[in-house]
Design a binder for this molecule. Structure first.
Ligand SMILES: N[C@@H](CCC(=O)N[C@@H](CS)C(=O)NCC(=O)O)C(=O)O
Ligand SMILES: [Fe+2]
Length: 316
């Protein structure tokens, strides 16, 4: 994967983020509210972010609940977010995916059905992931999902509005090639690139994953942000049964992330990550998740009798 031509060279230096996000003349949103939602079944965090002065809001990484044994999907996680939106009188503008999740189904389409004006966005390299997994699932060429599965594909460094909220895209590949983080004010939503300091980092053994890339994403791009930048993680596996935690800071991660601290070298990290990944098993919902998530969170089209079927490759 080292020969991958993705233009990291174009990335803005970290002092630019400092100017772009924290200096008063550049920041449009000075105050924002963040509410986290936790899906116990997959240990996933979703976030609702809003501007309390305009009520403009966005949702990051919503979950559609799925029981693989029965095939039942339920919208309880999405309904929780909907209720929070309704009770605060918010105007949701966008749903942002940090990546195509491999362990849970996205709730983005269920949310879009509730709020029809919502736009769904994801990092532009999703098209690579769509290609890879269309092959894995043997999807016929004319049925392969592409850019049209999303309302908007985002480029590294792009800054876009969601109502009065201003969002900066920071490409943070490694867990998957298309992973992005979202910087909103002083808060960085990192998806599965980085977890709480006692949990480490995302695995890098999915197709297109790359531990060297993840090191660069975390060490150069995230740890180059101002130390007080708040970090909101995409999962918390509650190691040792500790209470749920999902918010930390750049300085806390730099000082104490168990897998990747400021002083950890690239080789040390890559050795550790590769070794750990060798022992990990596939996520329980790997195939259902990717089948749905490369289609922007859409369930498979129903047949004439309204039944939907997933594809699940078998090997061995
Ligand atoms: N056991 C979980 C899988 C957990 C998992 O693989 N999580 C990914 C994020 S999607 C990860 O990066 N884990 C980091 C690690 O285990 O080191 C499941 O079956 O869903
Ligand atoms: Fe993930």
């Amino acid at each position: 994967m080292r020969g991958d031509p993705y233009p990291f060279g174009r990335a803005l230096p970290s002092k630019h983020y400092l100017r772009a996000t924290l200096s008063p003349e550049c920041v449009r949103v000075t105050h924002m509210e963040i509410k986290a939602f936790f899906d116990q079944d997959t240990s996933t965090l979703s976030y609702l972010v809003w501007d309390p002065s305009t009520f403009d809001a966005l949702v990051i990484d919503p979950v559609l609940n799925f029981d693989p044994a029965s095939g039942a999907t339920t919208r309880s996680s999405v309904v929780e977010i909907e209720q929070a939106i309704q009770s605060a009188g918010l105007k949701p503008r966008m749903v942002l995916e940090t990546h195509a999740h491999a362990d849970h189904l996205s709730g983005s389409q269920a949310l879009k059905a509730l709020f029809p004006g919502l736009k769904l966005a994801i990092g532009e390299r999703i098209v690579e992931v769509q290609r890879t997994f269309s092959d894995v699932f043997g999807i016929e060429p004319e049925e392969r999902p592409g850019a049209e599965a999303f309302d908007r594909l985002l480029k590294d460094g792009e800054v876009f509005p969601a109502g009065s909220l201003e969002v900066r895209v920071v490409a943070t590949p490694g867990h998957t090639p298309a992973c992005v983080s979202y910087l909103i004010g002083d808060a960085l939503f990192v998806g599965d690139a980085l977890f709480m300091p006692d949990s480490g980092t995302g695995r890098c053994d999915f197709p297109g994953g790359d531990a060297r890339r993840l090191y660069d994403s975390v060490h150069r791009r995230m740890y180059g942000l101002p130390p007080a930048t708040r970090i909101f993680v995409g999962h918390d596996y509650q190691p040792g049964g500790r209470e749920l935690r999902y918010q930390t800071t750049v300085s806390e991660e730099r000082a104490s992330n168990i897998q990747l601290k400021a002083e950890t070298t690239e080789d040390e990290y890559v050795r550790f990550r590769t070794e750990r990944d060798r022992r990990l098993t596939a996520p329980r919902l790997l195939y259902p998740s990717l089948y749905v998530n490369i289609r922007g969170g859409r369930l498979p089209e129903p047949d004439v009798r309204g039944r939907r079927f997933l594809k699940w490759p078998i090997h061995g």
